[in-house]
Design a protein around this ligand. Structure first.
Ligand code: FPP
Ligand code: MG
Length: 311
């Protein structure tokens, strides 16, 4: 796939270059990109309008790609690069989500409250890579409702769908942070996101409990969507996170030499969350199972070839 090919070329780029992400705009044919393009050009809402201004397919790239991008050829087409920052396309929604997350993690007991909000405070929210991808996926997949509904009812339904998809982004972020809290306990980490890790500040016990608390809040949010297929997808993700972490912890020397084992572990530990969340976005949009699978594959290939090395 076009996206993953681009990522595989940047396997050796240091993780801080992620902040220089930009979109490359190409006129090359690619099934998912074509689908995303044609859907985005019919989508309502600001982000969609911005995206539909682009001529053809888009994929993520990095500054270090500059040196090699001239090597990427497909048929006789040339690549036209524009400095479009994917994060800015959804910046307003990202801050809405950040505020929502802060309200979702409020706890009754003061110690638990400060532990649970630790990585949701302004300035330590991380790269917000997952919510960004999910919101852009939503923009691409939310097709305009038929004309007879465009008298205001359509707008209300569109807003409701977007809110439900934002909820997936919030749940995904909560599951992600919960897994990091537990991971830092397992790794006895001192730092995370440039500050002291929660286990270092409040101890292992509170860090584990804070992770559990975030998971429980994610479950409540998930239940509110009243979509059993989506609930099942994200429950499976939690199972995969635990499985992946255990596979990593218990790797034998023979398994360490197996690419198959490595890819399976990477899928469980890192890719399952974003791929299943992309699928959930598609399902909420009422897309076919074929499109939902394309969304899943997009998330899987994006992360398996990229995030495992770059955080
Ligand atoms: C970071 O790995 C950790 C993960 C991507 C997932 C960890 C999963 C668990 C601890 C299982 C428990 C899950 C839940 C939902 C509570 P890393 O140590 O390779 O990367 P790092 O450098 O960011 O720490
Ligand atoms: Mg770790």
């Amino acid at each position: 796939m076009l996206f993953s090919r681009a990522f595989s070329r940047v396997f050796r780029i240091p993780r801080n270059n992620l902040f220089g992400c930009r979109w490359l705009i190409s006129n090359r044919p690619d099934p998912l990109s074509d689908f995303i393009l044609s859907s985005a050009s019919h989508s309502p809402g600001d982000p969609a309008r911005k995206v539909s201004g682009c001529r053809e397919a888009y994929f993520w790239s990095l500054p270090a790609l500059h040196g090699i991008r001239h090597q990427i050829h497909h048929q006789s087409s040339s690549i036209i690069e524009e400095q479009l920052d994917p994060f800015s396309l959804v910046a307003d929604e990202l801050s809405l989500i950040a505020n929502k997350l802060r309200s979702m993690v409020i706890a009754e007991v003061p110690k638990l409250a400060s532990a649970a909000e630790y990585f949701f405070k302004l300035g330590v929210e991380g790269k917000r890579f997952r919510p960004t991808v999910l919101l852009l996926m939503a923009t691409a997949l939310n097709v305009r409702l038929p004309e007879p509904l465009s008298d205001g009812v359509g707008d209300a339904l569109t807003t409701e769908l977007r809110t439900r998809q934002q909820c997936i982004a919030e749940i995904t972020e909560m599951i992600h942070v919960a897994s990091l809290l537990h991971d830092d306990v397992l790794d006895d980490a001192d730092t995370r996101r440039g500050i002291s890790s929660l286990n270092a500040v409040m101890g292992n016990k509170l860090a584990v409990l804070a992770g559990d608390f975030l998971l429980s809040r994610a479950c409540v949010a998930l239940a509110s969507l009243k979509n059993t297929e989506v609930v099942s997808l994200l429950a499976t993700v939690v199972e995969h996170l635990v499985t992946g972490e255990t596979m990593q912890m218990t790797t034998t020397s023979a398994q360490r030499c197996s690419l198959e084992y490595y890819m399976q572990k990477t899928y469980y530990k890192t890719a399952s969350l974003i791929s299943n969340s992309c699928k959930a976005i598609a399902l909420l949009a009422g897309q076919t199972s074929e499109v939902a699978m394309l969304a899943f594959e997009y998330g899987k290939n994006l992360v398996c070839t990229f995030l495992e090395d770059f955080g």
